[in-house]
Write a protein that binds this ligand. Structure first.
Ligand SMILES: CC1(C)CO[C@@H](CC(=O)O)CN1
Length: 427
């Protein structure tokens, strides 16, 4: 095609069993974006983006080895895409030695917001802390000033809870107790009961969530006097699947009873205006049809990372838009993007500032990065499990601190549960 190549590196978690194998859907989504970007006449005229990639299996050690290989093998790469928090932590900490911008499409860990440790990191995947302002807004909306925390002892949850505690303090919401567990939640839940916790914010992966829910049933910490917040990105029927396999000694019925009425918060990864055309020319709806065909999901089996596929697609678009801006700027300085060779700080700084200012409407919604942390700015969604089905209750825009609410919430006792035992005056 006679177009000059612009080489980028990509690390995707595809095989392996530990962590998140989201590359299974994110790599095909990135390929779709490359196709669209290279077919777009207005973008990178005279150039073609080339993606050189490998599998990290969501293992940081393998991710580091794959990164060195991608960087040391000619040709030089201009930017590094990566997924999985553990891999992004490793590659983003090293990337500054090559003056490389790193763009993570699948990393939720709050630790990655540390600009000192990760000076060149950007993410199209929101940090897990993006849900905290939404949790606070819900507590204020329903008048809950005393809440409890139940968390699994994992780095991502520890730093998310620390952020939530800081935010609660600022608005004088009291954390009556913070219980954590490694794999068995029973003792922690017993402590919640002992402290008469009524509003509990949960932070755990889905396997632990099933153990929590069964123990909540056994200890009767559910129903009209309790509100549980769970993370919203578990699969829809998480509370009634895998019970045998995971040795959960509750029936589906008991799990449903304990789960009824709980709230969830999650970051939005698919543009809610399904038929609004995005920068790529696709609507989220048509993108989904195209992705389903590419992944052959007619069998109903969705590969891991399906939820996050728009984040990988938009990451490639962000690279193309940032490179476009960089090339224009560099040509005024008599330099060329393709001359970048890991030591040219001037070109590296132009790539950085172009990425920092990149904003567009993507398949995952408005894409923009916070200047102080490189974090994705995102909307969150609130759902409630009503009659065993998740219902969207509303959306929260953390930037504008605006809650869009449909008033569809339902409480088992017909009224909002209290955050503590209300002592009726006996007079
Ligand atoms: C929402 C989820 C599942 C959170 O973990 C991300 C993976 C990671 O942070 O390692 C992928 N997206």
């Amino acid at each position: 095609s006679g177009r000059k190549p612009l080489h980028i590196a990509g690390i995707f978690p595809i095989n392996g069993t530990g962590g998140w194998q989201g590359g299974q859907a994110c790599k095909p989504a990135a390929d779709m974006a490359l196709e669209d970007v290279n077919a777009n006449k207005d973008l990178l005229p005279g150039y073609k983006l080339h993606l050189h990639w490998n599998d990290s299996e969501c293992e940081p050690g393998l991710g580091a080895a794959v990164m060195y290989e991608l960087l040391y093998k000619q040709p030089y790469k201009l930017i590094l895409l990566a997924g999985c928090s553990t891999v992004c932590t490793t590659v983003a900490e090293a990337a500054k030695m090559w003056n490389l911008v790193v763009l993570c499409y699948g990393a939720s860990s709050p630790a990655l917001s540390d600009r000192i440790r990760f000076p060149t990191l950007f993410r199209t995947h929101p940090s897990a802390t993006v849900q905290n302002p939404t949790r606070i807004t819900l507590m204020q909306k329903f008048g809950w000033k005393k809440v409890a925390i139940l968390q699994q002892a994992e780095e991502v949850f520890i730093s998310t809870v620390e952020d939530l505690e800081e935010r609660c303090k600022k608005v004088s919401i009291e954390i009556v107790t913070r219980q954590s567990f490694l794999t068995d939640p029973n003792e922690a839940i017993k402590n919640l009961k002992r402290q008469d916790a009524r509003i509990v914010i949960g932070f755990f992966y889905v396997v632990a969530a099933r153990r929590v829910l069964c123990e909540v049933y056994k200890q009767k910490l559910y129903g009209r006097s309790y509100v549980w917040f769970f993370i919203g990105w578990y699969e829809d029927n998480w509370f009634e699947s895998n019970l045998e396999a995971e040795g959960i000694n509750c029936t589906v019925e008991e799990m449903r009873k304990a789960a009824e009425g709980h709230l969830t918060t999650e970051a939005l990864m698919w543009n809610q205006e399904k038929n609004k055309t995005t920068k790529s020319g696709w609507t989220a709806e048509n993108f989904q049809k195209r992705l389903d065909a590419a992944l052959k999901v007619d069998s109903g089996r969705y590969p891991e990372g399906y939820q996050e596929a728009p984040l990988a697609y938009d990451a490639v678009w962000a690279v193309a838009l940032a490179f476009n801006k960089t090339m224009e700027k560099l040509s005024q300085m008599g330099r060329k993007l393709e001359d970048f060779n890991y030591t040219n700080k001037i070109i590296a700084d132009e790539i950085y500032s172009a990425m920092d200012n990149t904003q567009f409407i993507g398949i995952s919604g408005r894409v923009a990065f916070s200047s102080e942390t490189g974090d994705r700015i995102a909307l969150t969604q609130v759902e409630q499990l009503i009659d065993g089905k998740y219902l969207v209750l509303g959306y929260h825009d953390t930037e504008m601190n605006k809650l869009t609410w449909d008033n569809r919430e339902r409480w088992i006792g017909g009224k909002v549960p209290q955050d503590r035992t209300v002592i009726k005056n006996t007079l």
